[in-house]
Write a protein that binds this ligand. Sequence first.
Ligand SMILES: *Cc1c(COP(=O)(O)O)cnc(C)c1O
Length: 236
Amino acid sequence: MTQAAPVTTLVERLTIVRARIAAAEQAAGRKPGSVRLLAVSKTHPPAALEAVHQAGQRCFGESYVQEAVAKIRVLSRLPLEWHFIGPIQSNKTQEIASGFAWVHSIDRLKIARRLSEQRDPTLPPLKVCLQINISGEETKSGASPAAAEALVKEIAHLPHLKLVGLMAIPAPAEQLARQRAPFRALRELRDQLVEATGIPLPELSMGMTDDLEAAIAEGATIVRVGTAIFGERPTR
Ligand SMILES: *Cc1c(COP(=O)(O)O)cnc(C)c1O
């Protein structure tokens, strides 16, 4: 893990990100506070998360199971909400099912079934998003849009999961219009799925440091922001 950035810097950066979100909500004519900020803390040390929590941030996103489990343990005295956003191997589902409140990166039925079976039934259901490969990139994870309807129907029936929406990580693009296109496609896919299945899918987990304005313009309800809050990550 990296060294934590100085606390003042972290809090200033968090303030800037909140202001970006508020401005984007306003520009899109959306209600203030309608977009939730997920602070993506992968590779950053517990002290950095603690500083950001002190400044009022409650939801944290992690991508690597081992690293996340260690941080969840160290920070267990704080009332944090943990979101898993990384690729999921089936031998890691137990730790994800017991340590997290949300999983954004479900892309196949086998993983969803295991998470449901392994979720402690006395806990609230694990909230999950179906990850969609919206830009159609071969190397990216995510279910294809064509597979989404069948997956939504199956996942919605699993007893210890609550399917709440869709997630995507589009290919990076520079201009706003280019950034908006895949986010719009994800929203339209969501609308079609709701229409076809009758299953409500209120959440759209989309937008990161470089494209959160575009995502909010297209209806994001959760933006996942790492670099703009915590600084650059070491390359892995
Ligand atoms: C790392 C990561 C982010 C955060 O990306 P930034 O560009 O640092 O804001 C968001 N979503 C997912 C799935 C990630 O893995």
